[in-house]
Design a protein around this ligand. Structure first.
Ligand code: NAD
Ligand code: ZN
Length: 375
């Protein structure tokens, strides 16, 4: 993908002011195959006392596996298995928080999320709701969290979303799918052990990996691009090309995709995603289609917006023999299509990043519907 010759330096708009955003980064990170076995040492200084447990939220795909035996559980620590079948919901966060508060008199020492974007987002949200009153839905939006969350650790087991570095946790609420975007959302510690991604099936590897690729394309082609985002976006894009277009040894491919995810996440932190994410939100909201595959379903039809990015996407898809489902929106009513359009158009910063300040003049509900109808 060619980077735009002229890079428009633009302040990231914030609601409150026109200042540059001062955003948090993950303060501590471990990278390396087998680094999971250091988790006990990492957590030890964060343990408040024997009655304040570490809560491990673990993707239930790992139930009964060796990974669970390696979790450094002591005192009254608890492992809670959670299904990643569906994307995280505000009610699910509330239920987990209430269960933890009922089980333990003391506030936990920390929350450790082990899994893909679904478990990482749940861990972030539960850590926030341990100290902030009310339900998770109250905090969906920008900078609505008032109190620091409890210590929380993210351990990805599949690469691509960038959820391990981001300051958001995307939740499906009663009336919207929206992140809890706050300075307290970001993990206190991330552990990157590429070996943990060994069991991921090819299709899921591709969908979640393409989330990262699409982050790069949308960030690098956006009007919010600046040198900060570009430096991370270019690196992530190069890594994605190596992983998805070359024939790397598996271990190298796992290492590189994990770092691509990190850099892709850093790139969008200081810019924004674009058209594919806006439309994918609509699919997720109405049909429950998950983020990675939803992005792929949309992105394949976005040659008008990202011609080179889409061309390369087709090459990658072909190389890995990925068949995307068809006819998803075929039987949707006009009202259902309208509701997806409303969700998509509601993602204003994404459109502004993709198409510039006058985006409303170049994108119409009919145009969006026409794209949905192709899916
Ligand atoms: P996921 O967590 O939904 O998991 C996808 C599938 O892979 C699940 O079936 C899971 O059980 C399985 N899986 C995970 N690790 C595995 C392993 N090692 N072996 C075998 N199977 C494994 O996938 P995802 O694509 O990483 O996450 C999607 C979620 O991330 C969505 O909810 C999306 O909203 C969120 N997201 C968040 C951000 C953010 O910045 N917070 C960014 C992008 C996406
Ligand atoms: Zn994404």
């Amino acid at each position: 993908m060619e980077i735009k010759k002229e890079i428009k330096l633009k302040k990231i708009p914030t609601k409150a002011s026109e200042q540059y955003r001062n955003f948090p980064m993950v303060p501590r990170v471990v990278f390396g195959n087998g680094s999971f076995d250091q988790l006990g040492d990492i957590l030890m200084p964060k343990r408040k006392h024997s009655e304040a447990p570490m809560i491990f939220l673990v993707d239930d795909v790992f139930e009964g596996t060796d990974l669970v035996k390696r979790i450094p559980r002591i005192f009254c620590d608890q492992i809670i298995f959670v299904s990643a079948e569906e994307e995280p919901k505000t009610q699910q966060v509330d239920a987990l928080v209430s269960m933890i508060q009922k089980t333990f008199q003391e506030e936990p020492s920390g929350i450790v999320g082990i899994g893909g974007g679904t478990l990482l987002d749940l861990a972030k949200a539960v850590a926030i709701l341990m100290t902030n009153k009310g339900g998770a839905a109250n905090y969906q939006g920008w900078d609505l969290v008032n109190k620091k969350s409890i210590y929380h650790v993210g351990i990805p087991t599949i690469s691509g979303t960038g959820a391990e570095v981001s300051r958001t946790t995307v939740l499906l609420g009663p009336d919207k799918k929206l992140g809890i975007n706050s300075d307290y959302t970001t993990f206190d510690q991330v552990l990157l052990d590429p070996e943990l991604t060994k069991g991921v099936c090819k299709e899921q590897w591709f969908y979640t990996g393409m989330d990262c690729y699409i982050h790069c394309v949308e960030s690098l082609n956006g009007t919010y691009l600046n040198a900060f985002s570009q430096s991370y976006g270019e690196k992530a894009l190069d890594l994605c090309k190596e992983v998805f277009l070359n024939d790397l040894p598996q271990a190298e491919s796992r290492d590189k995709l994990m770092m691509a995810s990190w850099h892709g996440g850093m790139s969008i932190a200081y810019s924004q995603v674009g058209v594919a994410h806006a439309l994918s939100y609509g699919l997720g909201y109405l049909l429950g289609i998950k983020h990675g595959i939803g992005n792929c379903l949309v992105f394949q039809h976005l040659e008008e917006f990202y011609p080179k990015g889409v061309e390369l996407f087709h090459k990658m898809k072909y190389k890995h023999n990925i068949e995307l489902p068809k006819g998803i929106c075929k039987n949707l009513s006009e009202a259902e299509l309208d509701s997806m359009v409303t969700v998509a158009l509601g993602m204003e910063p994404l459109w502004e990043n993709a198409l510039g300040e006058n985006w409303r003049s170049s994108i119409t509900p009919d145009k969006i519907k026409a794209i949905y109808r192709k899916i």
